[in-house]
Design a binder for this molecule. Structure first.
Ligand code: ADP
Ligand code: ASP
Ligand code: MG
Length: 401
């Protein structure tokens, strides 16, 4: 079998842990498999590098950020290869460039466009265990790019797809996908299976256990992901196409996203094209607008509210400032979070949303905004009630059973 394994930051967070990973890789090798191993930077390393850059600049150039951040993954890839070599295994470490990973030009948030697998295949044919530095590639100009936070998951899925690997195993500090973050709700239950669509919603709505883009790509390429722990042995969770048993579940998980800020625009001139102008302006600044609410117009003006990631709020404020003549005023609130309920079963059942709203009411949690799709319900609430809301909803839908 050809197996792609990915080890996240916690799993390679110290020299002892890199050694632990080396032993796991060696074991999979001894079982007769070909291996491509993708590694993250040691935990905390990427944040440390970002802090270093911010010491010099509030807005460091993205090109240089990519060179800086990609170094974290190179450290672990080379150390893991060295550790394996010392154990008597033939391993080779490759950077994103050497692994043939080509991306678009969006520095710090690049998309993988193609992978030239010939270099990796050559190494596999030579009998090597291939270690790839995750989270990085190069663009058309040969510049280093990175794939957004959590991007090593994407590297692993893309490599598994391009190499037509038999398995794509993603190792972290949890032994699978749970009904909610087990750090928030200890009663969270591990799932055996979850569909791509549900996982994609959970990841996009704040469950960082898998990067959302990696799930999107896995679905597109039909790569079956297995989420496992690098600290224990167990079957993990399979992320794959929806099947019959999944449909029986109404709600499969709860996600919490604390990286949210609310923007409220008061007395917006109500004329055709105003919303387009505002949201096009935000799009030009690459600000990800999420929930949008517009009230019915009164005396030619309306109120418009939406959410953006907290990290993009400063830029949103600047973009909104250019609309002064069209606004009565703008308020910003960073103390909000988004709690979401996800489940494919919602497609065919009513009353799930009402149940969530009642549970919030019984706990005196005010809902500031609501949005729904076929398989999710999201609510914006005061940040200080976020974790409580997760536990309340977990109980409401009896997800521990
Ligand atoms: P890595 O560093 O290996 O990429 P992450 O820290 O990105 O790992 O993801 C693992 C973490 O995701 C867990 O420690 C857990 O707290 C969190 N998490 C959030 N939601 C979930 C969920 N539904 N199931 C499992 N883990 C979750
Ligand atoms: N090191 C990068 C990050 O912390 C990528 C990853 O770990 O997947 O976001
Ligand atoms: Mg991660």
């Amino acid at each position: 079998m050809l197996i792609v394994q990915k080890y996240g930051g916690t799993s390679v967070g110290s020299l002892e842990r890199i050694e632990n990973v080396a032993k796991r890789v060696a074991k999979a090798r001894d079982e007769g498999n070909d291996l491509v191993v993708v590694v993250s930077a040691m935990s905390g390393e990427t944040n440390k590098l970002i802090d270093y850059a911010h010491h010099f600049s509030k807005t460091p150039s993205k090109r240089e950020m990519d060179i800086l951040l990609s170094s974290g993954e190179r450290v672990t890839a080379s150390l893991l290869a060295i550790a394996l070599q010392e154990m008597g295994y033939d391993a080779v470490a490759l950077t994103g460039r050497q692994a043939g990973i080509r991306t678009d030009g969006a520095h710090t948030y690049a998309r993988i466009e193609s992978i030239d697998t010939s270099a990796i295949e050559k190494q596999i044919q030579k009998g090597k265990i291939v270690i790839v530095a995750g989270f990085q590639g190069i663009n058309d100009e040969g510049e280093v790019t990175t794939l957004g936070r959590g991007g090593s998951d994407l590297s692993a899925v893309a490599l598994a797809g391009a190499l037509r690997a038999d398995a794509c195993e993603i190792y972290s500090d949890v032994d699978g996908i749970y009904t909610t973050d087990p750090r928030i709700e200890p009663k969270a239950r591990k799932l055996d299976y979850i569909s791509y669509d549900e996982m994609l919603e959970l990841s996009s709505l704040g469950a960082k256990v898998l990067q959302n883009r990696s799930v999107e790509l896995a679905k597109k390429m039909g790569v079956k992901i297995i989420a496992k722990s690098s600290f224990s042995d167990g079957p993990g969770t399979i992320i794959a196409e929806e099947n019959d048993s999944m449909e029986a579940v109404l709600v499969s998980g709860i996600a919490l996203d604390k990286n949210q800020a609310r923007v409220s625009l008061r007395d917006v001139t109500d004329r055709p094209g105003i919303a387009a102008e505002i949201f096009n302006r935000l799009a030009e600044e690459q600000i990800n607008v999420d929930m949008i609410i517009q009230n019915a117009s009164k005396e030619g003006t309306t109120n418009l509210g939406f959410t953006v990631p907290q990290s993009e709020l400063e830029r949103a404020k600047q973009a909104i400032a250019t609309f002064d003549h069209d606004l009565g005023g703008a308020d910003y609130d960073e103390n909000v979070c988004k709690v979401s309920i996800v489940g494919v079963g919602m497609k065919s059942h009513s009353g799930i949303a009402a149940k969530a709203f009642s549970a919030m009411a019984e706990n005196n949690i005010n809902i500031e905004m609501i949005s729904t799709s076929e398989i999710k319900i999201s609510m914006i609430i005061d940040e200080k009630y976020g974790e409580l809301a997760v536990r309340v909803l977990h109980e409401t839908y009896q997800l521990d059973r």
